[in-house]
Design a protein around this ligand. Structure first.
Ligand code: PMP
Ligand code: GLN
Length: 401
């Protein structure tokens, strides 16, 4: 038995989750939220809203607890939530799903992603193609699964990929093409051309597409187009979303997976040993949320678009170069005009200089590619208007030394 701790350490170290001294490496979000808490800076770092979600949804969870929905849910999720997810997919996207076979409830999108990658990846010969910068859990889960991450760069300021670079990244070794749209950390909404190319390449190389659509209701112009609705995509796509962003309930950690029954079953097979199930009383409440009228979903997008515009104006006035997000919580700036040469250092000094916290884009890229994103910083717009206005004022008055 003695060798077991060593083996575990090698795995965690190999996946980059353990520092050389054996301590666990906190995520950039945890680190930056702690910095905001200790300095009293405004937290435009970690993407969580500072207001609660819709009252009807909150009340439904309270009611569920009072009504005794307090024991394990079924492994796939309560049938009513499975049905509500299927109804949502039909209402917004015209996607038809069998709720009993093609929907699975998870502990947030995070568990959906880890269970999906662990279920689909066979071993070290498999590759997972992602757009870089990428959400932090992607690289960690790919590393834990033993596969190789193949990043395709997104470049300032529009953060769309070069289609030739995308094509050359995908090969017969590609097991999964993982697409987050709208995209964290850049706020990009991918063009139809990019989505079409992903489907073409997946067919050509017999890869599976995994989508992360947690910002599906935060598209500022027009509507979200799920990749699975493109011709030829549904049969090889696992789609992931979550209640966290749509309903401003990030702490409820309730997400879902949809797709072909055999792929969803493979994800369930892994998911049941990660958590078995998540928090039961949240499930009926999220079903209420998913059935809210269209006007609610339209207001989610328009309110976030207004906040992103306010944040963008403030950041420009403070002297940053600002990219134009198409959706999500996030706006990326270039801090070079304010003297930044390294985003990580800039963000660690920002609370003292301006009383604001942001996240360096270098936290979302492979170490070898940091130079491409060296002076870029992500700010979150999912805060109250007065907080965004105060942050803009503080940044505008920032010391330039
Ligand atoms: N994917 C992306 C792109 C995210 O930004 C987040 C953060 N919410 C997640 C997944 C995780 O979602 P959840 O909190 O539902 O686990
Ligand atoms: N999704 C959130 C963000 O990008 C963070 C979630 C987390 O802390 N894991 O800011």
């Amino acid at each position: 038995m003695q060798h077991i701790p060593g083996a575990w350490q090698r795995t965690a170290r190999g996946a980059g989750l353990l520092a050389a001294d054996g301590s666990s490496v906190p995520t950039i979000f945890a680190e930056m939220s702690a910095l905001a808490a200790t300095t009293g800076a405004l937290n435009l770092g970690q993407g969580f809203p500072d207001e609660d979600g819709p009252e009807a949804v909150l009340e439904a969870a309270r009611r569920a607890i009072a009504d005794g929905v307090n024991q394990y849910a079924p492994g796939r999720g309560f049938p009513d939530l499975l049905a509500a997810v299927a109804e949502h997919q039909r209402r917004f996207y015209g996607i038809e799903l069998d709720p009993a076979r093609e929907v699975l409830v998870t502990v947030g999108a995070t568990e959906a992603l880890s269970a999906t990658l662990l279920a689909l990846i066979d071993g070290p010969d498999d590759e997972v193609v992602v757009f870089e910068p990428y959400y932090d859990s992607y690289a960690a889960c790919v590393a834990l699964s033993g596969a190789t991450l193949v990043p395709v760069p997104l470049r300032w300021p529009d953060f769309q990929p070069d289609l030739e670079q995308l094509a050359s990244a995908v090969s017969d070794r590609t097991r999964v093409i993982l697409v987050n749209d709208p995209h964290n950390p850049t706020g990009t909404v991918f063009t139809r051309e990019v989505l079409d190319e992903v489907v073409r390449l997946a067919h050509r190389h017999d890869a599976i597409i995994v989508t992360d659509e947690v910002y599906e209701h935060l598209v500022f112009d027009g509507h979200h187009v799920p990749l699975s609705t493109l011709p030829g995509a549904a049969e090889r796509t696992v789609s992931i979303s979550s209640a966290g962003k749509t309903f401003s309930l990030t702490g409820w950690k309730t997400g879902w997976v949809t797709g072909p029954a055999e792929l969803v079953s493979a994800v369930l097979a892994v998911k049941q040993f990660l958590t078995y199930v998540g928090g039961s009383p949240f499930q009926p409440a999220i079903a209420v949320g998913l059935r809210l009228p269209d006007a609610f979903f339209a207001s989610v997008a328009s309110e976030m678009a207004a906040k992103a515009a306010l944040l963008g104006t403030g950041l420009r006035a403070a002297g940053f170069e600002v990219s134009a997000p198409g959706g999500s919580y996030f706006t990326v700036v270039d801090a070079a005009p304010l003297g930044a040469t390294d985003a990580d250092t800039f963000c660690r000094e920002l609370p003292a200089r301006a009383g604001v916290v942001g996240i360096p884009l270098t936290a979302f890229v492979s170490p070898a590619h940091r130079d491409r994103y060296a002076t870029l910083v992500r700010f979150a717009a999912c805060k109250r208007v007065e907080v965004l206005a105060e942050a803009a004022e503080r940044l505008a008055g920032m010391r330039r030394d």
